[in-house]
Write a protein that binds this ligand. Structure first.
Ligand code: NAD
Ligand code: UDP
Ligand code: UDP
Length: 310
């Protein structure tokens, strides 16, 4: 199959491309390199079945493909808040363009949505039928509301134009290739511990997240894309940790003497998050296989090699 991956030069997109190329597909990667890098896809550059197109999805484009994995959008709060209007355009105009493309070429369309559609949830763990608690005028809204509109667009193109959609809600994912300046918690703590500077905990560190290793996530993507179930479906690892526990794990792994520094909690920061993965288990026979300690070790090895090349 010929498969289009938007945001393919990013963290998750590049791992997805690795899997698709290894399965023998032809892959087109579309990216504007806002948070993605060529380094992530370097190994495929000379492969005749791989094509890289520098393009901003807020502009229309005409291409031919059998499937579209639509991931283009900055995912770290630091990056999506850098230019919030651009984040909304990417989520709304960008997703509209990719759905218009899917409609024209009759491609199956996969939307990378997010657990952020649940906002600061008052249902725990979060099931897909929970409608969320999102502030529509806060600093996270460009991303949360943008993704909510993206889901709405996908379902309306499905109902109105018969576009064949799949919608996944991704929970916090980590792994090799996250940028050193990504700003998300796992990469921040690892980079800080490796550089010997204090680990920055925002707030009291009692807020929780559930961390999924990237290879598990990609397996869930491919199962959903090739199943009959349209979703939305949560993909994440239900293992839930406080941010303080995560900091201590990374301290123990890299440098037990690393200091912890407490900083103010950003506005609207969700207090707790854990996926209910009953749907993924039932419809995709999927569940995560990489425990946090193992995934963190693989991620630390990757950052160590980039920060202190051997
Ligand atoms: P990332 O920032 O590493 O990747 C995003 C990619 O999209 C980058 O390569 C970036 O250059 C590209 N991009 C951004 N705006 C674009 C535009 N206008 N046109 C073309 N390309 C553009 O982030 P990631 O962690 O790989 O996330 C990928 C997707 O998964 C995103 O849609 C994100 O919202 C979603 N997601 C990720 C997580 C997570 O924990 N990593 C959680 C929930 C949802
Ligand atoms: N679009 C695109 N590539 C295509 C087909 C459509 O980028 O191959 C864009 C198109 O420019 C439009 C959006 O997708 O902005 C929605 O397309 P649709 O056909 O649904 O709507 P219309 O063009 O009729 O407004
Ligand atoms: N966080 C933190 N220190 C950091 C980066 C993040 O304590 O250096 C916290 C952040 O406030 C949030 C949690 O870790 O409570 C997860 O943040 P991240 O940006 O990784 O993801 P998201 O908030 O989007 O789930």
């Amino acid at each position: 199959m010929r498969i289009l991956v938007t945001g393919g030069a990013g963290f998750i997109g590049s791992h997805l491309i690795d899997r698709l190329m290894e399965q023998g597909h032809e892959v087109i990667c579309l990216d504007n390199f806002f948070t993605g890098t060529k380094r992530n896809i370097l190994k495929w550059m000379d492969n005749p079945y791989f094509e890289l197109i520098r393009h901003d999805i807020t502009e229309p484009i005409r291409l031919e493909a059998d499937q579209i994995y639509h991931l283009a959008c900055p995912a770290s709060p630091v990056h999506y808040q850098y230019n919030p209007v651009k984040t909304i355009k990417t989520n709304v105009l960008g997703t509209l363009n990719m759905l218009g493309l899917a409609k024209r070429i009759k491609a199956r369309f996969f939307l990378a949505s997010t657990s952020e559609v649940y906002g600061d949830p008052d249902v725990h763990p979060q099931t897909e039928d929970y409608r969320g608690n999102v502030n529509c005028i806060g600093i996270r809204s460009c991303y949360d509301e943008g993704k909510r509109v993206a889901e709405t667009l996908a379902f309306d193109y499905h109902r109105q134009n018969g576009v064949d959609i799949r919608v996944v809600r991704i929970f916090n994912t980590y792994g090799p290739r996250m940028l050193e300046n990504d700003g998300r918690v796992v990469s921040n703590f690892i980079v800080q511990a490796l550089r010997g500077v204090p680990l920055t905990i925002y707030g009291d560190g009692l807020q929780t997240r559930s961390f999924c290793y990237v290879s598990d996530l990609v397996e869930g993507f491919i199962r959903l894309m090739n199943s009959d179930y349209i979703g939305p479906v949560n993909i994440g690892n239900p293992g839930e940790y406080t941010i303080l526990e995560l900091a201590q794990k990374i301290q123990n792994m890299i440098n037990p003497d690393a200091e912890i520094q407490f900083k103010p909690l950003p506005e609207d920061d969700p207090k707790q998050r854990q996926p209910d993965i009953t749907r993924a288990k039932t419809y995709l026979n999927w569940e995560p296989t990489i425990p946090l300690d193992q995934g963190l070790k693989l991620t630390v090895d990757d950052f160590r090699e980039r920060i202190y090349p051997s």
